[in-house]
Design a protein around this ligand. Structure first.
Ligand code: A2P
Length: 343
């Protein structure tokens, strides 16, 4: 069987990767439609050797579509996802619009694929930082029990879209002339103040919430509990933007229920689906965003036992935020739906 697929936000940083993933994984496509705003309608996109024209998204664009992959921003999802569902499509939404909605499954196929069956038309793709972290921690949770997570992120600008990538490149190229370059996009477009990202580190991703955490930090906290089905799991996050184009890194401290040996922890990571152990300090082997960019896996290294707590483990987790953090996970959700006979 083949499916009619739409990509909403096809010209964006994630949308382009969605197209690549569908191509690379030979997704069973009957027809494909590329949707964006009127700004880029008419633009050409190559898919499997054929040329397609980007169309302006309208409610009618979803007529006859089986699966719609959305990555055009939360407000666009709020407006168009119900229109797509009304016309019979299943929406896999990469924005934060529906993630915490009780009616909407929030899915990482390596962790909670069975949740997909509960969908009512929309399935949410988690935040990029959350996805790579839960992939790395799920095997440890299954084997040793998981009580607590403290994570600090080192996030790439591509998570903030193509304009943020361009801002970093422009500021870096002009750094000697304008070290305090005018910033317009980061830390977040809608913020009152903007700061340069080139050669900087910005401890703000998205806006602040009332409790002093940013929305990005609260996404990691709330989404992790929802995906792992554990409201009692203790999670704290600090999210930081770095001048990296692609690939998020995370320093993760966890407290387990059991007190496994370091080898047992490494073996659990090595056996986990979608995760690759890359941990050989004697040969300076550990994951970095530059090597992870363009690859599917979640890489884990620098695994250490805490020096004071026998149940405490430290890890370093790196993955391509546009691939496993967004496009690949969305396409895997679609593949899992097909496998489970849900679409
Ligand atoms: P467009 O190229 O027409 O602006 P990014 O996150 O990289 O900035 O990409 C955002 C994506 O969302 C782009 O494909 C962008 O298309 C799309 N988009 C933005 N606003 C709309 C809209 N009003 N309707 C449809 N697509 C939109």
């Amino acid at each position: 069987k083949t499916y009619n697929v739409a990509i909403m936000g096809a010209t964006g940083a994630v949308g382009q990767q969605m197209k690549e993933q569908l191509e690379k994984r030979n997704f069973p496509i009957n027809q494909i439609v590329f949707l964006a705003s009127s700004r880029s309608a008419g633009q050409k996109i190559e898919f499997k050797g054929e040329t397609y024209t980007v169309q302006e998204a309208k409610p009618e664009s979803f007529e006859g579509i089986d699966i719609a992959l959305f990555s055009a921003g939360g407000s666009i999802s709020e407006k168009f996802a119900p229109e797509a569902v009304k016309r019979g499509a299943v929406v896999i939404d990469n924005t934060s619009a529906f993630r915490m909605d009780k009616e909407v499954p929030l899915v990482v196929p390596e962790v909670n694929p069975a949740d997909i069956a509960q969908h009512k038309g929309i399935i949410a793709n988690p935040n990029c930082s959350t996805i790579q972290m839960v992939c790395a921690l799920q095997p440890l949770k299954e084997k040793f029990g998981l009580n607590k997570i403290v994570v600090s992120t080192y996030q790439a600008v591509s998570g903030a879209g193509i304009n943020a990538i361009n801002e970093l490149k422009d500021q870096a190229a002009d750094f000697d002339n304008a070290p305090n370059a005018d910033a317009k996009v980061l830390p977040v477009k809608s913020a009152e103040r903007h700061y340069p990202i080139a050669f900087n580190a910005i401890p703000q991703i998205d806006q602040f919430t009332e409790n002093g955490y940013t929305f990005e930090e609260m996404k990691m906290i709330n989404e992790t509990k929802k995906i792992m089905h554990d409201d009692t799991l203790s999670v704290a996050a600090t999210c930081v933007r770095l001048p990296v184009v692609t690939g998020h890194s995370e320093s993760v401290y966890i407290e387990l229920e059991a007190a496994p040996t370091l080898d047992e922890v490494k073996q659990a990571i090595a056996e986990a689906p979608g995760v690759e152990l890359m941990d050989d300090p004697s040969n300076q082997v550990y994951p970095m965003p530059l090597m992870a960019a363009g690859l599917d896996e979640v890489f884990v290294g620098r695994i250490r036992q805490d020096l004071d707590n026998p149940r405490g483990i430290h890890l370093w987790v790196v993955s391509d935020n546009l691939i496993k953090g967004a496009s690949l996970n969305s396409v895997q959700i679609a593949e899992s739906m097909i496998e489970q006979g849900i679409v």
